[in-house]
Design a protein around this ligand. Sequence first.
Ligand code: ATR
Length: 283
Amino acid sequence: MKLDAVTEKTGLIGHPVAHSKSPEMMNEAFRREGLPWVYFAFDVASEELGRAVAGLKSLGFRGWNVTIPHKVAVMEHLDEVEESAREIGAVNTVIHRNGRLIGTNTDGAGYLESLVRETGFDVKGRRVVILGAGGAARAVGYTLARAGAEQIGIVNRTEKKAQDLADHLRRWTRADGISPGEADTAIREADLLVQTTSVGMHPHPEGCPVDPASLHKDLLVSDLIYHPRQTRLLQEAKTRGARVHSGLGMLLHQGALAFERWTGRQAPVERMGEVLEQVLGES
Ligand code: ATR
């Protein structure tokens, strides 16, 4: 790739960022589209966040992604926060346009895009159970509620957080906090189960966040974890005849949507997916 005085700059800020696959995915996307753009990763400590954002703006970066632990704190440094990010309570993408910094969130929309493309699932009128009540659960919950899910049950180790998220989602749909002890019953009646916790993630792939006996053939099980690609939960689901959806697609599509916001062009999604498969295969 040619780097010169007119190369457009984008990137990622987070802490840590060394594990991120976004630079490979996004730089290949720019290359594939013949765009003179580049994507960097910056490890930014929390106390440097304000200065880092001001620096990226001053240096003319066209936009950047934001990851843990800055997704909430970055908001106070922006000129505008779009509705999706406001309702989710986190920004994962910043767009620098006409001297203004606009925050948005492509995590939820990326999840839904991946779910629909890979499984054809129609959310309207469906019953959903979400495991977890952190940032990823808020993004997915908001998006599924807006997309017409009939009912959303939230199960979380810390029950108060499940209640709070359910209270928030009730503006758009029927939503309930469900105690871990009642999770099995809710899952038996659900159409879609979305797993957003870190249970089952490398290096503890033996973890399974629910009793496998509650999984059934009329269920679609979606696990946001992509390392490993097939979590224990997804394996147990398959064994019981359920359909499965892995977390790689969310990573891909949240990036593709950011690409589109920055460049105004359609992202080369297929190629980006190949790159992710390849780099994750190596990790
Ligand atoms: P993310 O942005 O990935 O959602 P997060 O906001 O830190 O990350 O949320 C992590 C979620 O995983 C939370 O719902 C957390 O439960 P608590 O609210 O009780 O902390 C859940 N989680 C993490 N480790 C867990 C474990 N060992 N068992 C059950 N839930 C766990």
